[in-house]
Design a protein around this ligand. Structure first.
Ligand code: OXD
Ligand code: MN
Length: 596
């Protein structure tokens, strides 16, 4: 098919990619349903995808990746800026010339006898000033079909780019032999370019997501005065119909998708509170004409972890997967061609195919300690399926942000919630974000892993410069800046049990946060920030949680925090001169307050 754009920059680059990879055929993805349907049929004919029960799961498909290719590969992910210093101590770096020289022969002729798909896509609503265009070339139909859910693909993406602009992200993906030894996920921020090779797993190959919308976009945001963050976006509707927007950053496995799609406790629903989802993973944030910070979700779907998702843990996420969804590496129930994963329900299918493709007796297989679905198995679901999708989801202006929340999994140190003193202190709070490893993961339990702003694997440049950019944005926003908070849903009692129920009840904390933003509730000043008075957290209808429990959850142990400051100091030392002095001042000020 001929090119879909007059834009000479796009056409020239696609020609170069064709010359490099030498495909037999080139197909431009126009975004039409007819073209996508033909690709689905082709993928089912070759076995790349399996059609699921079209009555129970209309337009849903199944895909299995190789067992060596089931997750993002941080050790093979590179930021290739011209100067090593610009990638910083938290990224793998290689000289771009060297990396191009290493990968070019691997791509050379890699699509011989195969089809190259050229996918134009928009990150963000078409027509939005905050949106950006990417073009991904790939030899995988699975990538095309996932990108068609996760982004806005097709001719319409070129509307945002126009006929002359050169501002598009060039993504090259080739599956090759899916050889883990030759797998590379490479960002060239100064060239607006991403090269991904030898993987066919979502996070490594859906180049609009982590590679563009976080790594490349964070770098673009620094240069252009906006921010790309690993944050959910939700709207909290109050009984008077007003909606206040919150963004929140958590490291993985801390419940970002669950918070984004929260169902409030009964009492709140009765009083007219609602939660609306704008995004579950990524936010692009930019000051609007009125000086406030506005957020869009650059994505158009959810690439969610399936295991653990069920009617109770996340009704809205589960409902989102009931049509038009691609499931990757979950288990199949062969009796009715539906899907299953751990904790979906208590009934593993008897006639099952586990994620690697073996036919097994599900209950027996599980009883032997095996997993039917891979722990990182995924659903790719259209955002429009979500019962609580915000009506502002496609608003090109985005939504005005009242509060930014940071959080992690901490057994003792961090209280249920606290508010930073101001934006600079809030930047400090984000920079010291950390999570403790759990028994569920391999390695030692309770080890603190620093993950500033949940951006450790996703910041496309030097983390010290990234913090400086945060501080700069605070100056631009001035008194219109969102208020910054920290939450911890994971405090444990002496027996190691979680004290706070989490899930829908997190609404009670969001409620206090919004009241703080509106100036409707007082707070207590502590060494680490402003905390609620325990009685200001609504515990009505909570089983076994009283205002005393809340007081416990809010307690700050000065000794533990002094210990914590040592860990922060060690972490900060990595950043040398690039650590903004404002942050070292904040650390000193914290130490002084704790010592009092
Ligand atoms: C994701 C991740 O898949 O953060 O969203 O790893
Ligand atoms: Mn994520």
């Amino acid at each position: 098919m001929a090119t879909l754009t007059q834009n000479p920059n796009v056409n020239k680059w696609v020609e170069e990619m064709i010359a490099l990879t030498k495909p037999e055929k080139v197909v431009w993805i126009d975004g039409s349903e007819a073209q996508l349907e033909a690709l689905r049929e082709e993928a089912c004919a070759t076995g790349e995808m399996i059609k699921l029960n079209q009555e129970l799961l209309p337009d849903c498909y199944y895909h299995r990746t190789l067992p060596n290719d089931v997750a993002r590969v941080e050790d093979r992910t590179f930021i290739c800026s011209r100067n090593k210093e610009d990638a910083g101590p938290t990224n793998n770096w290689c000289d771009p010339k060297e990396m191009y020289a290493k990968l070019t022969p691997m791509y050379d002729g890699s699509m011989k006898g195969r089809t190259m798909y050229v996918i134009p896509y928009s990150m963000g609503p078409i027509g939005s000033d905050l949106a950006k265009v990417g073009v991904e070339v790939t030899d995988s139909i699975y990538v095309v079909l996932n990108m068609a859910i996760m982004t806005r693909v097709g001719v319409k993406a070129f509307e945002n780019l126009g006929d002359t602009s050169n501002d598009f992200v060039r993504g090259l993906h080739a599956k090759c032999d899916v050889d883990p030894e030759k797998r590379y996920i490479v960002q060239f921020p100064e060239d607006n370019t991403i090269w991904s090779i030898n993987s066919a797993y979502g996070g490594n190959v859906l180049l609009g997501k982590k590679c563009f919308a976080l790594r490349i976009a964070s770098y673009q945001g620094k240069n252009e005065g906006w921010m790309a963050e690993h944050m959910l976006i939700l709207g909290l509707e109050k009984p008077n119909g007003e909606v206040k927007y919150i963004t929140a950053a958590f490291p993985s496995a801390c419940g970002k998708t669950n918070l984004a799609m929260l169902i409030p406790p009964e009492g709140y629903i009765k009083n007219g509170y609602k939660v609306w989802t704008v995004g579950d993973d990524i936010a692009w944030l930019k000051p609007g004409e009125d000086g406030r910070l506005y957020a869009i979700n650059p994505e158009n779907g959810f690439f969610g972890v399936a295991p653990g998702t069920n009617e109770n843990s996340n009704y809205n996420a589960l409902a989102s997967t009931k049509k038009g969804t691609i499931f990757t590496n979950v288990a199949i129930n062969n009796d009715n061609m539906t899907v299953w994963w751990e904790k979906l329900d208590k009934n593993p299918p008897v006639n099952a195919t586990e994620w690697k493709g073996a036919r097994v007796n599900g209950p027996e297989y599980v009883a032997e300690g095996n997993k039917l679905a891979h722990p990182n198995s995924r659903f790719t679901a259209p955002a429009e399926n979500c019962p609580c999708i915000s009506k502002e989801f496609n608003n090109p202006k985005g939504v005005p942000v009242s509060a930014i929340i940071f959080g992690g999994r901490r057994a003792k140190t961090a209280p249920l919630v606290y508010q930073s003193f101001d934006w600079q202190h809030g930047t400090f709070v984000g920079s010291i974000m950390a999570s403790e490893t759990t028994a569920a993961a391999t390695g030692a339990v309770g080890v603190v892993r620093r993950d500033p702003m949940a951006m450790l694997p996703f910041c496309g440049y030097h983390m010290g410069d990234y913090w400086a950019h945060w501080l700069e944005m605070g100056k631009v926003l001035g008194d219109k800046a969102p208020k910054i908070f920290n939450v911890n849903w994971f405090r444990t009692d002496d027996d190691g049990n979680f004290v706070w129920p989490g899930f829908g009840d997190n609404m009670r904390v969001l409620d206090w946060i919004i009241d703080r933003c509106e100036g409707e509730v007082d707070a207590v000043e502590t060494a680490i920030g402003y905390e609620p008075k325990p009685e200001d957290i609504n515990v009505e209808g909570l089983d076994g949680i009283t205002t005393e429990t809340i007081a416990d959850l809010l307690s700050v142990d000065n000794n533990l925090w002094l210990e914590e400051t040592k860990g922060i100091e060690e972490f900060y030392a990595k950043f040398g001169d690039k650590l903004p002095k404002e942050l070292s001042c904040e650390l000193e000020a914290l130490k002084a307050r704790l010592a009092k």
